[in-house]
Design a protein around this ligand. Structure first.
Ligand code: HXC
Ligand code: NAP
Length: 270
């Protein structure tokens, strides 16, 4: 059996796709031939990412939008659709995170993370729906192990990402009749990312994380991009409503000592 993943002639949109893991996903699809649109808050990141997409020979489009602003997202999708056409793949990956104990965060700090991660996922999928190819589109929400592994100093992310995975399951049921598949990817600790810079800021913390992963190392952005390409491809045409970890086995053992490490980091000065 020939296994082929080719996105020539396909359109992909990655919201929050201008750095880290999500940018890796956007560039991965561009390398597989797709036209790719990205959005995030900062214009310089949007511009730089569109340049990278185009440098790989693909068509790119980018605009600024904060996932907390439904109207701004709607404008982005309308413009991206005008530029590229119906979307075969929608990735929702914008997120915010900082280590803070519940007693060390304000109501607004908790709300900020829930607004970006969870309400942002609602906004992205709700505003993007009219522009998805029906049947055939694949929606991928980027979750985290916090969705099902409790950690100290992560109550905001744990609550928000658990909600993201339930959105995934509910949307898989609601949109299945349109021929749209909806899945979550749960990256593990991925090296060279903003997330790990915040949660494992020193060599000592990074070594502790590696020891807690069954595969004894952090993952690469490419590992997550490969999973996204598989999930969005015809090879996964009967897969919907699942939450798939790409984490070297990290979450199977409850992420080891990460919770205690984060509690210590949360005591460090901001
Ligand atoms: C306690 C904090 C805090 C901290 C911010 N706040 N940092 N509280 N400890 N370290 C509080 C602020 O005081 C404020 O509350 C509220 O949070 C909102 O802060 P703002 O700076 O006004 O918010 P905003 O400008 O909207 O920025 C959002 C942000 C920021 C989440 C705070 O860090 C951001 O933009 N992050 C995006 C990038 C990111 O986080 N990437 C990593 C994703 S990794 P008050 O009460 O003072 O108003 C990830 C999972 C990794 O998601 C999993 C690894 C396993
Ligand atoms: P990152 O580089 O900070 O990526 C976050 C992206 O979202 C950026 O493009 C950022 O660009 C955008 N963004 C943030 N807030 C936004 C908002 N309010 N509106 C619109 N866009 C916004 O972080 P990362 O570490 O690669 O994480 C990417 C995803 O993977 C997140 O969903 C995270 O929860 C998940 N994850 C990461 C890890 C890890 O090891 N890093 C592990 C598990 C899960 P702007 O700043 O321009 O807005």
């Amino acid at each position: 059996m020939a296994l082929e993943i080719d996105f020539q002639g396909k359109n992909v949109v990655v919201v929050g796709g201008t750095s880290g893991i999500n940018q890796g996903i956007a560039l991965g699809f561009a390398e597989l031939g797709a036209s790719v649109a990205v959005a995030s808050r900062r214009p310089e990141k949007v511009e730089a990412t569109v340049a990278l997409i185009e440098a790989s020979g693909a068509r790119g489009f980018g605009a600024c939008a904060d996932v907390r602003d439904f109207d701004a997202l709607s404008r982005f999708f309308e413009q991206a659709h005008e530029a590229l056409g119906d979307f075969d793949v929608l990735v929702s990956g914008a997120a915010g995170n900082f280590p803070a104990m519940v007693n060390g965060m304000s109501s607004n700090a908790f709300k900020t993370v829930v607004d970006i991660d969870l309400n942002g996922t609602f906004n992205v999928t709700r505003a993007g729906y009219p522009y998805l190819k029906k049947p055939g589109a694949s929606v991928i929400n980027i979750s985290a192990p916090q969705a099902f592994v409790p950690m100290q100093a992560q109550a905001h992310v744990c609550a928000a990402k658990a909600g993201v995975d339930m959105m995934t399951r509910c949307l898989a049921m609601e949109w299945g009749g349109d021929g749209i598949r909806v899945n979550s990817i749960v990256p593990g600790p991925i090296q060279g990312t903003e997330g790990m810079d915040r949660l494992a800021p020193t060599d000592k913390h990074r070594a502790q994380v590696c020891q807690s992963v069954p595969l004894q190392r952090m993952g690469e952005k490419q590992d997550v991009a490969h999973c996204a390409a598989f999930l969005a491809s015809g090879l996964a045409s009967y897969i919907s409503g699942i939450v798939i970890p790409v984490d070297g086995g990290w979450s199977t053992a409850g992420v080891g000592g990460m919770s205690g490490t984060l509690a210590a980091i949360a005591q460090m000065p901001r």
